[in-house]
Design a protein around this ligand. Structure first.
Ligand SMILES: [Zn+2]
Length: 126
């Protein structure tokens, strides 16, 4: 009888652990899905000649925005300034809100990449 109870406790424990792991994975998948949706919603107003088919496969229609995040003929410099400002404000909000070392290390890594990526292209492409 003690063996059965021990086995039942083990099975219940594994069930709880499995459910907890599943919830963690579901939260991660939800986080990534939300990040994709935010990215797609920001692609919509900032692609001019290279617009995506946002509603494919329902339709092949493309919205050619007057703004571009990379093309200077479509105000890319101003879009870049706006983007940089929003990124810096978002990072400051996250820095204030989260005190974990991991979050702050990720924010510092993001801040470093914000400067390192343009510097890389500046040095390599001139
Ligand atoms: Zn995109």
């Amino acid at each position: 009888m003690a063996d059965v109870q021990r086995d039942l406790k083990f099975v219940c424990h594994m069930g709880v652990c499995g459910a907890a792991r599943l919830l963690v994975w579901l939260a991660l998948v939800m986080f990534l899905a939300c990040a994709v949706l935010v990215h797609l919603s920001l692609d919509f107003p900032f692609h001019a000649a290279d617009a995506h088919k946002h509603f494919w496969p329902l339709t092949d229609w493309r919205f050619h925005s007057p703004l571009s995040y990379w093309n200077d003929h479509h105000h890319a410099r101003w879009v870049g300034v706006l983007e940089l400002g929003l990124v810096l404000i978002s990072m400051a909000v996250l820095w204030q809100r989260f005190h974990s070392r991991w979050v702050r290390a990720a924010l510092l890594a993001g801040l470093t990449s914000l400067a390192a990526v343009p510097m890389f292209f500046w040095w390599t492409l001139g």
